[in-house]
Design a protein around this ligand. Sequence first.
Ligand code: HEM
Length: 367
Amino acid sequence: MCSLGALMRIVALGLVLMSFAGQSYGHLQYGFYKGKCTVRHKDNIVEKIVAKEVRKAYRKDNSIVAALLRLQFHDCFVNGCDASILLDGNNTEKTAFPNQSVRGYDLIDTIKKRLERVCPEIVSCADIIAIATRDAISLATLLTRAGKPWKFNVQTGRRDGKVSNASNTVDLPPSTISVKDSIKLFQKKGLNATDMVFLLGGHTVGVTHCFFIQNRLYNFKNTTKPDPTMNPTLVRALRRRCPQRRSSGNNTINLDQNRFSSLTVDNSYYKQLLLNKGILQFDQDLASDRRTKNAVKLIAKSTYEEFNINFAQAIVKMQAVDVITDPKKGQIRRSCRAVTPYEWYALNMMSRDVEWLDMSSTLSSQI
Ligand code: HEM
């Protein structure tokens, strides 16, 4: 891990090159929708529509950044990034305990409706999540030195899954998971320990409910005392916000305790971990576990540009987990909340999908 600084620079360079060279994870592509939804010469209309809706939502409530980041993570870790988390119904993923506090569904619906009006059944719900998450991150990062919004490229070309089962959410890490088990879980998804530590940068925005930290504040490992690794001043402050009454379980706490930065995507969460101000036990463990502590220290020291680039790279990698790109295996839903019935799909979409498949393989061979 000592070479993480060098690694970060290599990764950063790799990301920049990747964005321009059109390389891809899996069969995803940069610019997949180019030429597929053209309205009066506005070729990047798909990304423009998504960006506009995310901006509107952010102006109303900037916690949409946290909502989308968590939605993306919980989608990708269960059945891959296939928008299966969006499906309504009995016993679908969204009904499972770990997804109870997941938010952002309405925004995805709004974006889908707008896209359907302009280019029906072209943009997958899974791609909408990916583009919207990127746009939200971009709104929550500091401006570049040139004073411009910081934005990275995302890959597209995902198709939507047709299956969503609450029981599959066993793949989501519980709040009590150890660093060792979490590394194993991320590895199962093709993400290494460094990716994992960067992805936890998602906790630089967003909140947790008191419910998840009550034991750290009052009865750590049945000692009837708070977690000794938590900064005592923080324990006192959190006890006021999360009193021992059951009803306080719904109060929320910022995961990044730097109040000037709890809504900004930056490395301040890692700095807080070094001050023993991690909120979830898992967060704090990252700073002490031998497998991750050097990475935490190095990220805490990195510049915001280095952090942004590496966080983006980890997000792009996560967005490629077990994606469906084969038209025979996935579909483009009409509504993100329901699978499009097969009969309708066969009648209207199959032939066009096959044409696209031909077009996209020609495109990739030209890049
Ligand atoms: C081992 C890994 C992880 C664990 C154990 C974990 C656990 C948690 C828990 C317990 C909460 C609080 C939920 C609540 O109070 O309802 C939370 C919130 C959150 N998590 Fe994670 N998480 C992990 C990884 C990630 C990753 C990889 C991301 C994104 C890339 C992420 C993004 C978020 C965000 C943004 C929130 C705040 C959501 C909001 O404010 O609505 N988490 N996480």
